[in-house]
Ligand binder design. Structure first.
Ligand code: ZN
Length: 683
């Protein structure tokens, strides 16, 4: 029998056949090839032994532990393997482990690492002698054995106390007790990365200390779709004298930072805007805000927006506290509050970050695991007790920090921190939620920019660029039906209460392009189009996207977010819930046309004020929407919708100094839209 000592440099299943090739040695250039083979005559017991041997070697490769493999003196077949015990007397400084983390991780690196995401390598060390030592360090990384080594210095130094030697969990739960290394962007591209300790230095003497128990983990970074979000500051005015409230840039930055740190994405593609809440303040609900956002999003998508974009209505709590919610799980729109409150545990100056992470989590299909007073909609699968994100022996959270926003690195104990989809304090992502978010992001991304986010079956049956979805290619307002009757695609947004059979149609906007949302035959909510003679033209049972935060005793409140082909002869839309008429709105009539826009806009402080004169403005069913473009009309963002008066002001702070802005005003009777676009002007 012979023994070879080293790291598992490579482990390959030879295909076809149950043979594993294992390359072991101190370095890639001085390693030998061995194998483990399951043979035809092997007993079940032998097969199991060989399988656990392969599992052990796989784990050793992932964690970079040094191993002894036993094999015949003239044979390359491995018969046994074990880890190399550290000689703590001869070499008092020992490596306990290396953990490569982005948000949540275990020592086996079972959470996939996302390419392009801020990544921290945590090196856990023990010192077994004397009074301890203070150390800093350098690691070296490379993407393949032929690459030159790239060295990275630790962000910190660590005081190693012999009393904590070998105690891995105390170190994992405290960012100041590991040497932390931030990988450069070149180290987080998709593919493998080998990490080794280059040197550990005694900071008191500036001398290098020999290290035992070294391990060379090889981790792999995976490509990931970006998170696409539009954050809409929902402005409202309350008090005497009236004061307006909208979230500050600080709150927006903190939310975006949290999403970058906690979500399984390498990139957050975001835009921001400011929109006045149309519902009365104070007192408006997240259902009101989500209805407005849904109308805005429908118009934005029809104007060429990326369908993968989720919309988040952000409400400053300075004048009024609005509880947050999502319309439907999964969904496309959500809203929630922000402010400086610390909730007894969050002292970074903004709670809108994790609150937004929760609501956006619903839009990505995440439900409540049922802890700390929330309704349990996902109780069966949650892997940890009490909503914990992990345990000392498995998953520990790590906030990689954000220097741009003065946020430090923080280790988040797996037992003290709770999943963001619970109602518990100390919110972070569990592996369960992290992997679930990743799965959903991939599903939506594979459906493409032209598919709908937030649709249960996103990825099937539709897609393509918005301008390719109708025969004829170009954006068209009118599509002829089979019978030759003119049809028009119309977005209808309603807030409904299924418990009380109540509801209101809030927004009706023709869409210049897009696709129908489809019917849900069993829905209790029905949209009915009627002709002026009272005859029914069509009926659409429409899906109701329930408020995500309902408790069992709450009324079933939700949103209808429908895009429907309307017969142009329609004169009214009725909303029926469980067969009862809940609301009626008039549509159609004389086509609107715009006579003039008062131009240039009046500038009142931070506001741009515009006014439109429309023909037949006395028509009581006319509604006005306002869109802005900063890319010469390529894309448009809706900044006002459902206005009953042709006057509005735009918050100038949503643009950058020097932005070239165009504004267009849409006047609609629900079936036809007149559009007038301003000249480009500079902010
Ligand atoms: Zn929730």
């Amino acid at each position: 029998m012979a023994t070879t000592r080293g790291y598992v440099q490579r482990l390959t299943w030879l295909s076809p056949g149950p043979t594993v090739c294992v390359v072991v040695g101190p370095a890639p250039s001085s390693a030998e090839a061995f194998f483990v083979q399951i043979k035809a005559g092997d007993s079940q017991e032998t097969i199991n032994t060989k399988k656990s041997l392969v599992a052990f070697l796989t784990d050793a490769q992932l964690s970079g532990r040094e191993v002894n493999v036993t094999h015949g003196s003239t044979s390359a077949e491995i018969t046994a393997a074990d880890t190399v015990a550290g000689d703590t007397t001869g070499i008092p400084l020992q490596v306990d482990g290396i953990e490569v983390t982005q948000a949540i991780q275990d020592l086996g690196h079972s959470i996939p690492l996302i390419a392009g995401k801020r990544t921290v390598v945590r090196v856990y060390l023990s010192y077994y002698s004397g009074a301890g030592v203070n150390v800093s360090g350098t690691i070296a990384v490379r993407r393949s054995p032929s690459d030159p080594l790239f060295t990275i210095n630790s962000e910190n130094s660590v005081a190693l106390s012999p009393a904590e030697a070998g105690n891995l969990s105390v170190k994992r739960n405290d960012a100041t007790k590991s040497l932390n290394f931030v990988l450069p962007a070149s180290g987080t591209v998709a593919g493998p990365l080998a990490i080794m300790i280059a040197s550990i230095t005694n900071t008191a003497t500036a001398t290098t200390i020999p290290v035992g128990g070294e391990r060379i983990p090889i981790v792999r970074f995976q490509d990931s779709p970006a998170l696409r979000v539009r954050i809409v500051g929902m402005r409202y005015t309350v008090g005497t004298p009236p004061v307006s409230y909208a979230p500050s840039t600080f709150h927006v930055n903190m939310l975006l930072s949290w999403l970058r740190r906690a979500y399984p994405v390498g990139q957050v593609i975001s835009s921001t805007g400011v929109v006045d809440v149309t519902a009365a303040a104070p007192g408006f609900s997240c259902d009101d805000v989500n209805a407005q956002l849904a109308a805005i999003r429908a118009l934005d998508m029809a104007a060429g927006g990326d369908e993968r974009t989720h919309y988040y209505g952000y409400v400053d709590d300075g004048g009024y506290w609005m509880r947050g919610c999502t319309a439907g799980i999964p969904g496309t729109v959500a809203s929630g509050p922000t402010g400086p409150g610390n909730w007894g545990w969050d002292f970074d100056g903004s709670y809108g970050d994790w609150y937004g992470g929760h609501e956006l989590g619903h839009t990505y299909g995440r439900r409540h695991p049922g802890f700390c007073g929330e309704s349990a909609s996902d109780l069966d699968n949650y892997p940890f007790p009490g909503g914990q994100i992990g345990s000392d022996a498995s998953f520990v959270g790590f906030d990689v920090g954000d220097p741009a926003n003065n946020l430090p690195m923080v280790a988040l104990s797996g037992t003290q921190w709770k999943d963001v989809m619970t109602y518990c304090d100390r919110q972070w992502v569990s592996p369960y939620t992290y992997i679930g978010l990743r799965r959903r992001l991939i599903t939506e991304d594979s459906a493409g920019a032209g598919a709908s986010a937030g649709v249960a079956g996103a990825g099937e049956g539709f897609g393509g660029r918005p301008d390719q979805r109708y025969p004829g290619g170009a954006a068209r307002q009118e599509v002829s039906g089979i019978s030759g009757i003119e049809k028009r695609l119309v977005s209808v947004i309603a807030v409904v209460n299924l418990t009380r059979n109540q509801g209101r149609i809030r927004y009706v906007n023709p869409l210049e392009r897009g696709k129908e949302s489809g019917v849900e035959p069993t829905s209790p909510a029905v949209l009915r189009m009627k002709h002026s003679d009272g005859s029914v033209l069509d009926e659409y049972p429409a899906a109701v996207k329930l408020n995500s935060e309902l408790l069992p005793a709450d009324d079933r409140v939700g949103l209808i977010e429908a895009a429907i082909m309307f017969d142009k002869s329609a004169t009214s839309i009725e909303l029926l819930i469980n067969g009862q008429l809940a609301d009626t709105v008039a549509v159609g009539g004389p086509s609107p046309s715009v006579r003039a826009v008062r131009w240039p806009p009046e500038r009142l402080g931070n506001e741009l004020s515009l006014m439109v004169e429309a023909e037949g403005a006395s028509e009581r069913n006319y509604r006005y929407a306002v869109q802005v473009s900063t890319d010469y009309g390529r894309t448009w963002h809706t900044v006002a919708v459902g206005l009953t008066e042709p006057r509005f002001s735009i918050d100038r702070s949503q643009f950058k100094e020097g932005d070239e802005v165009q504004v267009r005003i849409l006047v609609t009777n629900g079936l036809d839209t007149a559009v007038v676009t301003t000249e480009t002007f500079r902010i």
